[in-house]
Write a protein that binds this ligand. Structure first.
Ligand SMILES: [Zn+2]
Length: 325
């Protein structure tokens, strides 16, 4: 059939009229509800690493930062087009070495309210079950890292051993330290003790000291300051390295610009500053992966030098790691 411009134009006009006549109510979908996806996988050599979101919370960073100024905080947030209060991510990381399933940090559990405590749901969504976890490594014993070892007041990981630096376990479980601590920190001691007690009673709390190989491919790296026993974990497979650095950073735009900026929750702000500055320099020079508890989810990326400061370079998103071409 021959193409006839006049009839084509007429047909197009009819279609256009029909589209214009569509009532608006038929086009408007109700707003969808529910959380954003809360897991992200990557490969590290032979290991599979899954970042798990525990949620995000309203974070009034201007009220918790010390060793900086309100002007510096405001300028750093403005550079990243952020306004107060920002959202603070709580991330944990699941490492499947092929022979062990290892969870690094556990989120807040019930301790931060409905914003958070989503780790178990996201672990299941990622294709795992809590009973498959062999070891739980804790970077430190603050609520948003240890709270998730319990679910409904009971052991959340029924087959797991809990590993934590002995220095942190001794500190946060000390009644004397608790009573000497500032009021705003006392519930941290109570929560840490309540979280660990059921595992200890079951003979499954195993503290360690210093820098040790905990499992093939996973080492502890003492980074005291944020807490007395604050520990990073270095994961390595086939020469690829990922440092799960816990709470080295709470507010990336501010602290990457100035590693001296600290948190009022730091046990020793001076030690935390030293640890942060040294780690930034090393991470930027050696280009290893970082997994961060409080950088926007998934908290996987690199640290790069940017003139006289540093910047966070998020992981290049990969929809299906390991699926090939
Ligand atoms: Zn912390």
């Amino acid at each position: 059939m021959m193409f006839r411009p006049s009839s084509f134009a007429a047909a197009a006009a009819v279609v256009a009229a029909a589209l214009l006549a569509t009532p608006a109510s038929e086009a408007a979908a109700p707003m969808a509800r529910g959380d954003n996806p809360g897991y992200y996988r990557m490969l590290l050599g032979d290991f599979q690493v899954t970042a798990l979101s525990d949620g995000s919370h309203v974070f009034p960073v201007d009220t918790v930062m010390i060793d900086t100024t309100q002007e510096q905080v405001a300028a750093a947030l403005a550079r990243d087009d952020l306004a107060l209060p920002i959202q603070g991510s709580i991330n944990a990381f699941l490492v499947n070495t092929g022979s062990k399933l290892v969870l690094i940090d556990t989120g807040a559990g019930a301790l931060y309210g409905p914003c958070c405590g989503k780790l178990l749901d996201n672990l299941r969504a990622a294709g795992y079950r809590p009973e498959q976890v062999d070891e739980v490594l804790l970077t430190h014993l603050h609520k948003d890292h240890v709270g998730g070892v319990l679910h409904d007041g009971k052991i959340a990981f029924p087959n797991a051993v809990i590993r934590v630096a002995r220095t942190d376990a001794d500190y946060w479980r000390s009644r004397t330290r608790r009573d000497a601590a500032p009021e705003f920190l006392r519930s941290f001691f109570d929560s840490a003790d309540a979280a660990l007690a059921p595992y200890e009673a079951a003979g499954r709390l195993r503290p360690f000291s210093g820098d040790v190989e905990l499992l093939p491919g996973i080492r502890s790296v003492a980074e005291p300051g944020h807490t007395p026993g604050h520990t990073a974990y270095l994961v390595e497979s086939r020469g690829q390295k990922l440092l799960l650095w816990g709470d080295i950073v709470h507010v990336a735009p501010v602290q990457l610009a100035d590693p001296r900026a600290a948190l009022k929750y730091d046990s020793s702000d001076k030690d935390a500053q030293r640890a942060r500055a040294a780690l930034f320099a090393r991470a930027a020079a050696e280009h290893f992966w970082i997994g961060a508890a409080h950088v926007s989810f998934p908290g996987l990326g690199h640290v790069a030098r940017d003139g006289d400061r540093y910047r966070w370079v998020p992981a290049n998103y990969e929809a299906a790691p390991g699926s090939g071409l």
